[in-house]
Design a protein around this ligand. Structure first.
Ligand SMILES: [Zn+2]
Length: 330
């Protein structure tokens, strides 16, 4: 990123909210506009919300600001080269093959670039975050689900179908719980927020944990992983065991990632981990030192993401500046 780059409009489309902001060099995010994602109203309403958020973000910076382009960070799967969002599970069943890039570009009258959220985050952490200077790194996010991206030898891995980097769907327990994808024993089915919440709810219903029973009663449908984390912090042993299991599965997965990719850094983001980074990353680093192949295990550092909630907007800005889908070496 050079000092003289013009500002860009950045869009971060998520399953719960749409965020937009004007971003200036070197990734400085202006005040972000947030609109709830109207998933139930269908694809046209979601696209319209994206356009509205971008217009408001631009207007809030003043008419004198001239963004050069729009960068879009969206849930996958996507075809970044056609600018199409294929069929993301969290944008509703009707959101299929939506040409989001071209529709946004036409509405705003600016060129646009689009890519998958995890690839965008990997680009941002590599340029301006926790993986600066690394040519071999992984980005993993653990929140409701688990997603990721792989940079190897300075190249962002995509695969012929754009499916590379689905690090949440490696098997860590052959007889483990059913994953949202339908398979058995995946990392996401044990370590993701949705899995921790499900285990917490089961413990509440079975009567094993009075603390979790109270939390489920208090929060109802909004009971989530953070309530299990709260119960652990308050000393509940059942909640502690659920999270210990989630962190242990993650640590074991990290050993496999290190042996597969020999990364310099594994950057870990997402609300579940960043709320308690030492407890998640400490054991993962120790296990990698102990169990991964010696040279790779000594090199790899598992570190928290640095760009926080703005990672999608910063990455979207970087897409706009480079004028094409995420790539680390160009
Ligand atoms: Zn899975």
């Amino acid at each position: 990123v050079k000092a003289e780059e013009p500002p860009a409009l950045a869009l971060d489309l998520g399953g719960t909210q749409v965020r937009a902001a004007v971003v200036t060099t070197p990734g400085r995010v202006g005040s972000a506009v947030r609109i709830p994602t109207p998933v139930d109203e269908g694809p046209d309403a979601v696209v319209e919300a994206c356009v509205t958020a971008l217009r408001q973000a631009w207007a809030s910076e003043g008419a004198h600001v001239r963004p050069a382009a729009i960068g879009i960070c969206t849930p996958g799967p996507v075809d970044p080269f056609r600018g199409v969002v294929v069929d993301p599970p969290n944008l509703g069943p009707r959101f299929r093959d939506v040409p989001l890039r071209d529709r946004v570009a036409a509405s705003l009258g600016l060129p646009a670039v689009l890519d998958r959220d995890t690839q965008v985050a990997a680009l941002a952490e590599g340029r301006l975050g926790a993986a600066v200077g690394a040519t071999d790194y992984l980005y993993i996010t653990i929140s409701t689900g688990i997603g990721g991206a792989i940079v190897s030898g300075g190249r962002l891995l995509r695969g012929p179908d754009g499916g590379a980097g689905e690090v949440g769907h490696i098997v860590v327990d052959r007889t483990g719980p059913r994953c949202g994808c339908g398979a058995t024993g995946h990392l996401e089915a044990i370590s993701a927020g949705v899995a921790v919440a499900r285990a917490g709810r089961e413990a509440a219903e079975s009567g094993r944990s009075p603390a979790l029973r109270r939390a489920v009663a208090a929060h109802g449908a909004s009971f989530g992983a953070r309530h299990v984390a709260d119960a652990e912090a308050a000393g509940d042993p059942v909640a502690a065991a659920i999270l210990a299991d989630a962190r242990d599965a993650f640590a074991r997965a990290c050993v496999s990632f290190v042996d597969l990719f020999n990364p310099e850094v594994i950057v870990v983001g997402g609300g579940l981990v960043l709320g308690d980074a030492a407890r998640w990353l400490g054991p993962a680093n120790e296990r990698v030192r102990r169990e991964a192949f010696r040279l790779a295990g000594r090199r790899a550092r598992i570190v928290p993401a640095r760009l926080g909630d703005d990672v999608g907007l910063v990455g979207a800005y970087l897409l706009a500046v480079r004028g094409g889908p995420a790539a680390v070496d160009g």
